[in-house]
Design a protein around this ligand. Structure first.
Ligand code: CP3
Length: 359
């Protein structure tokens, strides 16, 4: 796929707070969006998803458009994130897997040997054509709200494929990495290609920013991350440098990996609640002293949304102060919205962030 032709289709949203903040400029207010803002916390989501399996809904353009737009309408967030899933491109490529409610992705035949890796199918762009179609609908629907595209990073995808489903300890994944490094790197190379294809389809269709989710990378030591993961994630970012859109890199429990994750080629680093944003930014500066000031995204603990408004407000104010000290800041949770979250609290968080930071 070429990177040049469809760029003119991209909307000019230069003054959108999300994009200004991601470029290190001063936005008119601190932008705020929430990972998993589209989903089960919203009754309007549960209604339209009734009877439609998750992966099927991700390949139904008008449903993707509706679900993606729901939290923008309801909360007034500064960005939409495409309704999809990190395992969608694997499914679209023909790998047998399902998303089981309450569990997550479950893989029919886990990938554990060199022969399994060699047999893995690669994603062709037309297999996710429906995602490009959905993005086309969304650009018309969203007006001046930026649309964030995303994909799973190779390590997090590999963990699902090797373990066969969600894993607490990632033991089979780490065993493969350490016992058969050549097979491991071959697997991550294939997954990086699939992720790249999925992101290029989204970029060609016109997404305004993208986020690479390496949700479970925090399970790794910095040494193992650098050796077994970083080269593959870096290849993804480097292959996308021609696309002039902000690129966000996020993982959970990655306090020790933040510098390495930025060095992969990210403009913005997502941070969970375990580390204050100003400390995170200092680590990013220390890791790459020659680079521009870092921009961080985060990092309200999603569980705090259950603690009553006084606690939520206190935490939002603390995070905004730490974000101010960090330099550039995009407000978000430290991980996804939990399904039983009261959505009215999310709307109040958006209003609070905007009212405190309006310039
Ligand atoms: O609003 C958004 O953030 C966009 C949609 C989105 C989904 N998945 C929709 C979804 C995004 C960005 C993802 C990414 C994703 N998927 C990640 C990375 C983000 C993270 O949470 O760290 C991961 C690890 C997955 C894998 C996955 N898919 C899990 C763990 C689950 C949850 C299983 C469950 O039921 O608790 C899914 C399913 C999923 N993806 C749902 C949604 C809305 C729930 C499915 C449903 O509503 O039936």
């Amino acid at each position: 796929m070429t990177n040049s032709a469809p760029v003119s289709a991209r909307r000019d949203l230069a003054d959108a707070p999300l994009l200004a903040a991601a470029r290190g400029e001063t936005p008119r207010h601190t932008p705020v969006w929430f990972m998993r803002q589209a989903g089960r916390s919203l009754p309007e989501y549960r209604k339209v998803r009734e009877g439609v399996p998750m992966l099927q809904s991700c390949l139904t353009p008008d449903l993707v458009c509706e679900i993606t737009a729901q939290p923008v309408r309801r909360h007034g967030v500064d960005a939409a994130i495409l309704f999809s899933d990190i395992v969608l491109p694997l499914h679209a490529a023909g790998i047998g897997l399902d998303i089981v409610a309450g569990t997550g992705p479950v893989v029919a035949e886990p990938v554990r040997t060199a022969a399994d890796v060699a047999a893995l199918p690669q994603l062709a762009p037309e297999q996710v054509g429906a995602v490009g179609d959905a993005i086309g609908l969304l650009l018309a629907e969203l007006g001046r709200t930026p649309l964030i595209g995303f994909a799973g990073a190779p390590f997090t995808l590999a963990s699902y494929l090797v373990e066969g489903g969600p894993s607490r300890n990632h033991e089979r994944t780490k065993a493969l990495m350490h016992s058969e490094p050549r097979t491991w790197h071959a697997l991550l190379e294939k997954l990086a290609d699939t992720t790249l294809t999925f992101l290029q389809v989204q970029l060609a269709a016109g997404v305004d920013a993208l986020q690479l989710f390496d949700s479970w990378a925090g399970a790794l030591s910095l040494r193992d991350y650098r050796e077994f993961v970083l080269p593959h994630s870096r290849r993804i970012f480097e292959s996308l440098t021609e696309w002039d859109v902000p690129k966000i890199h996020f993982g959970v429990g990655t306090g020790e990996l933040l510098g390495a994750m930025r060095s992969a080629g990210a403009d913005v680093v997502g941070v969970d609640w375990r580390i204050p944003l100003d400390t995170a930014a200092q680590r990013l500066r220390d890791a790459e002293p020659g680079r521009d000031a870092p921009v961080v995204q985060g990092n309200l603990d999603p569980a705090v949304l259950f603690a009553g408004w006084d606690a939520v407000e206190r935490e939002v104010r603390r995070i905004l102060a730490e974000g101010e000290a960090a330099g550039g800041h995009i407000f978000n949770l430290g991980h996804g919205v939990l399904p039983s979250t009261d959505p009215t609290v999310l709307t109040r968080v958006v209003e609070l962030v905007h009212s405190i930071t309006r310039r």
